[in-house]
Design a protein around this ligand. Structure first.
Ligand code: MG
Length: 401
């Protein structure tokens, strides 16, 4: 087992190699292909409003990741009992190969949903670990950055009417008061409440537009709630009466023919979809068949940074900007920022969930925060994700599931 000191020595050699090559074609003996480090443990922790994953190494350094926040006990079982077997004893620098083993060895358990949600926690932790071992932020490992900060939009849930119009307006105004230039109201209609009648959407859109004024960008997320015909009528009314310029998931994102029909009809608005695309193949089908204007995959759902990076390449091939779906303020946000910073083609905004107290308990498990300034999220600068996890606090806060 290599000591941390011997690892750092080999890492320094690795970093020095290009310079040596440039100064002498006969440079000193080439360093080994990759530092000799092994993964020793993988553990998931279900805490308040998040599922975090630690990947430990024999270099004395850990990386941290996050799974999508759903099914805590199920996610922990996936990570601790299944995915762990694919990565312990392996080299964390082989992250793409490890992703393939986690995904293809277990794809019968669901190539969309639970499996990629769980893989995301391990994969993000592997990228964090790689960055920490090399002393580099993840965006540098992804090819460098196009941008240092990304404008965020405030995301406000309505929960199919369970959040009142007044409370929705208060949340939107709180974002605007913090400097956000865009808010999104999530109506959360979904397929099992299709084409609601009466439709609550317009009451929320009217009240929010009145409260935030004409200059703030307003998005509406129907959460898959309409048939194509109703979505087209609703989208036109939202645009004409309330200047809603982004319309997310107007129809089921599993119905790509309808998505294409709606996108073609609503050419004044950007149609956004992709938060339920879990793989590069699904996002390819959404782009090619659904032809939406903007894709919004979620890094803690798609199997992490490895698959998101592939999606970023696809998005640039088809000139479909990425506007990352992001419902968690810590690791998910940091990982999303590294992906968006290094992606060639991105939309104006990234989603951000809350500027109040909802995530206070989660934030206390970290020694720092992603910098949020007047509605802009700044790319963390430290190694890996650039966030310092308080590991002892996470273990103490972990729930029994
Ligand atoms: Mg959505």
């Amino acid at each position: 087992m290599p000591s941390r000191r011997s690892f750092l020595k080999s890492s320094a050699l690795l970093g020095a190699a290009p310079l040596a090559a440039a100064t002498s074609a006969r440079a000193a003996a080439a360093p080994s292909a990759k530092p000799d480090v092994k993964i020793t443990a993988v553990n998931a922790y279900v805490v308040d409003r998040a599922i975090l994953v630690e990947v430990a190494s024999d270099a004395g350094v850990s990386g941290w990741g996050e799974c999508a926040f759903d099914g805590g006990g199920l996610m922990k079982t996936f990570v601790d009992q299944l995915l762990k077997k694919e990565v312990v004893g392996k080299n964390p620098f082989d992250v793409r190969k490890l992703w393939d083993w986690m995904f293809f060895e277990h794809h019968d358990l669901g190539p969309g949903g639970a499996l990629p949600n769980a893989i995301a926690g391990v994969d993000i932790a592997l990228w964090d670990l790689k960055g920490r071992l090399l002393g580099q932020p993840i965006c540098n490992l992804l090819g460098g950055k196009y941008r240092d900060k990304i404008e965020a939009y405030g995301s406000v849930p309505v929960r199919r009417g369970r959040v009142s119009v007044d409370d929705c307006v208060k949340s939107c105004v709180r974002f605007v008061e913090q400097g956000f230039k865009c808010v999104k109201v999530r109506i959360q209609i979904r397929e099992h409440y299709l084409n609601p009648d009466p439709d609550p959407t317009f009451a929320y859109a009217a009240a929010v537009r009145k409260a935030i004024g004409p200059d703030i960008v307003l998005m509406i997320d129907a959460n898959n709630g309409y048939s194509a015909q109703r979505a087209i009528a609703t989208g036109r009314k939202l645009y004409e009466k309330y200047n809603v310029t982004y319309f997310e998931d107007p129809v089921s994102d599993q119905n790509l023919a309808e998505m294409r029909e709606v996108t073609a009809a609503l050419h004044d608005q950007d149609i956004v979809a992709g938060e339920k695309c879990y793989t590069r193949w699904q996002i390819k089908d959404l782009i090619v068949q659904g032809n939406v204007d903007v894709i919004n995959p979620d890094v803690v759902k798609v199997g992490g940074i490895t698959e998101m990076d592939r999606m970023a390449t696809l998005s640039s091939c088809f000139q479909k900007p990425i506007q990352m779906h992001n419902t968690r303020p810590t690791i998910s946000t940091a990982a999303s920022l590294h992906c968006m910073a290094s992606a060639p083609l991105v939309a104006r905004f990234i989603e951000f969930p809350e500027v109040g107290t909802t995530f206070d308990a989660l934030q206390k498990l970290f020694r720092d925060r992603v910098k949020l300034e007047k509605g802009w999220l700044h790319l963390p600068e430290g190694p890996g994700l650039g966030l310092e996890v308080d590991a002892a606090a996470v273990r103490a806060a972990a729930k029994k599931v």
